[in-house]
Design a protein around this ligand. Structure first.
Ligand code: FES
Length: 157
């Protein structure tokens, strides 16, 4: 299950200050903000830019490069389907299309009832048992239609 907390600029400022002096701070800060709020609020981008003396575009560039970072709250459950090479070769794209159809959303979106966010992931380290998925941090390999359907059903509960 994912947790979303209300946006608190003061808390965000404290998180940013805590990581600003570290190496590679942009990604660290964005991840810490997502851990705190469940997503990276748009209002945090200029705060990060100012603290690190970067442009907003530079911070946004880092944000959009990492698929794990999201700009709006996720659904209660997050189902990630692997779209990297080994999973693609094992039929992963068919499973993506099947999950999209079952949930009624495109990959990257959240269902209207806010129950499930369907997200892409690019290798879960389970290539030997591709195609693979992750439901709220639990990895599942050797997916086929039946196992995917069970996973989607579990996510919807
Ligand atoms: S390519 Fe999908 S788990 Fe590695």
């Amino acid at each position: 299950m994912t947790t979303v907390r209300d946006w608190e600029p003061n808390q965000a400022a404290a998180i940013i200050a805590q990581h600003a002096g570290r190496e590679g701070p942009t990604l660290l800060i964005l991840q810490a903000l997502q851990n705190a709020f469940g997503y990276v609020p748009e209002a945090a981008i200029p705060m990060v830019a100012q603290a690190l003396n970067l442009s907003r575009a530079e911070v946004h560039g880092v944000f959009s490069f990492y698929h794990d970072l999201r700009d709006k709250p996720a659904g209660r459950r997050v189902l990630k389907l692997c779209r990297a090479e080994a999973c693609q070769a094992a039929g992963g794209e068919h499973l993506v299309a099947r999950a999209e159809s079952k949930l009624g959303v495109a990959i990257g979106e959240t269902t209207a009832d806010q129950r499930v966010t369907l997200e892409p992931v690019y290798c879960l380290g389970l290539c030997a048992t591709a195609p693979s998925a992750m439901l709220d941090g639990r990895v599942v390999g050797r997916l086929d239609d039946k196992r995917l359907d069970a996973l989607v059903m579990e996510a919807q509960q």
